[in-house]
Design a protein around this ligand. Sequence first.
Ligand code: MTE
Ligand code: MO
Length: 383
Amino acid sequence: SDYSQEPLRHPCLRINAKEPFNAEPPRSALISSYVTPVDFFYKRNHGPVPLVDDIERYSVSLNGLIENPKELFMKDIRMLPKYNVTATLQCAGNRRTAMSKTRTVKGVGWDVSALGNAVWGGAKLADVLELVGIPKLSYSTQKGGKHVEFVSIDRCKEEKGGPYKASIPLSHASNPEADVLLAYEMNGEPLNRDHGYPLRVVIPGVIGARSVKWLDSISIIAEESQGFFMQKDYKMFPPSVNWDNIDWTTRRPQMDFPVQSVMCSLEDVDHIRPGKVTVSGYAVSGGGRGIERVDISVDGGKNWIEATRYQKTGVPYVADSPSSDKWAWVLFEVTLDVEQNTEIVAKAVDSAANVQPERVEEIWNLRGILNTSWHRVQLRVGR
Ligand code: MTE
Ligand code: MO
């Protein structure tokens, strides 16, 4: 594989793997704005970043179990109504490094910043599917298509040199309320190469792995995608499963992200002076569920106080209200009094009353995904 044409990246990114390029911003950079600047947005690639230079000739083919397959050019996609959806994309491997401290896991190490919140601009997949005769809210095509597979133009070793791919159910893809996008813009600018130029899928509320970049084709298929990342990766196993007894067929591909929260204003071990400390960070859940509460403890989890939540500054956040961005993270902040060494803990509750699990041991899994255990930092207080 050829890494000679990789794009330039911002020097602040912490590189977790060079080829393929995987990097995240420092945690403190994440909370400096509600919308994450593209430069600071984590980059998660499985192969070299493809170079599409002839945008006039670039097209996406729609094929599979439909009556009339079609070739769509950028102008066809731009002709459809354009939507701007603010959505947080989070890698299932976010916080993997912390999980591997319990027991070793396989995968790229990530601290707490394998996510970002962006304004994605593009056409709704539900509108695109209508162009090939699939009505809104379809569960099946007449030819028996029940899943929508996205295939990239990149090449990765997990697919033995083939393209990255993933699928979602047709009922999800054809639901306009699910806001699944074929995005050509990120934060008001054309997508950059790292994030999928010229066109990517964005599936709000679902682990990042399903939001296929550098889209090449969309196939309507009967069963879910048989791709590596659907069948042999990104599945959640119980702690008892190891590399000797694993049976991949026993679990379903992970879709929704569970409730998550992280403090970004403090490092894992932080030195402070006694007195007031401001604790701030992000909280986000999957499936469009809002954040009902963020609880912070200054004594390792015995007593809790509630943090203030916000999306846009100055606008009070109310989970699941029409004024909130349902697919986007919520930032939180609270000021605490700390006089001696202690452990600060954060946990969020989503609008379905799901709570983060206390201990990472309970959710440990061999691939190190979905580490949503209570986030803890150690404060060392000195003068
Ligand atoms: N799409 C393609 N074609 N190739 C990839 O390697 N990585 C996936 C997803 N889509 C990937 C892809 C994973 S695991 C994640 S978390 C997100 O893209 C990362 O998107 P980003 O790099 O724009 O942050
Ligand atoms: Mo990911």
